[in-house]
Design a protein around this ligand. Sequence first.
Ligand code: SAM
Length: 330
Amino acid sequence: MDRLIDKFDRPITDLRISITDRCNYKCVYCRTGNEGAIYADLPLADYLRMADVFVELGIEKVRITGGEPLLRSGVVGFVRELSKLRTPDGEPLDLAITTNGHLLAEMAQPLKDAGLNRVTVSMDAVDPERFARITRVPDGFHAVLAGVRAAKKAGLEPVKVNCVLLRGFNDDQIVEFAKFARDEEVVLRFIEFMPLEEDRVWSPEIVVTFKEILERLRAFRPLMEIPHKRSETARRYTFDDGIGEIGIIAPVSQPFCGHCSRVRVTSDGKIRTCLFSIFDHDLHAVMRRGGSDDDLVVFIRKVVQKKEERHHIGEPDFIKPSRSMVHIGG
Ligand code: SAM
């Protein structure tokens, strides 16, 4: 079967599936704090069927996300089923989860045993008090730290820690995070804040840019760039002594849309071709109507042709996307 390629010749090899719209954190830059889940969760078997069809079409990497995916009961069994899928070349999938890590300490080993390869933990401060102010959950920091350590112990490597930086809010944590990466032997990735929040918080001034992050890191210790593949979203660095890896993902100041290989499925079974899409495409509706796998293939192919060329963040014609990050699946 022909693999998925969009009209800009970008091969689509990376699928992100949100398996729940619920989240146990209320990060101030992501959520209003008043809204709960907005969209439905589907039976895990439905996500599995969608993943199966996508994999037949050339998807090689599946990332499970949310909401908070570890809240979903049955997630370990879901990983086990996904790990049985094979790419058209007969290879197993690269299987990852993005989580806030709150429930990871208990689940890291079972997830590894089920076939998960890697985990990314979101953390926006390495100071427990600041962490609580951001997440609006008391005592989360130590639970997440235990989760990060459990993931390392289980061999879910490389364990990546993602930090979204907001000026005047947690940008004083840049060097602290670098020390954290070195001490805990995790890959740290700073991510520029994007206009994907429930509330209106975003402004160009609040984004801590790639250039600025580098300057702050260089003031701490000299940096060396690690060669990266063209398709990689992160520019990667280590320090002069080779200890610690820091990536910077800069979708705002250095967009990488030209080699975007992603599509997303939301918790209610809609395909999103870009984080900044204004429309969703209801794949689950095809299933509800009793569509065959061939019908799903036809639908997916058509939708992929609508993948946007690029985002328009910071431009006058920018239109706020139809969903915020937590309801898309980051
Ligand atoms: N609950 C999981 C977690 O915390 O990783 C998965 C969902 S969460 C929405 C996925 C990621 O999106 C988190 O790393 C979060 O920090 C990031 N995120 C949320 N809003 C963002 C925004 N406006 N810009 C950049 N990243 C954002």
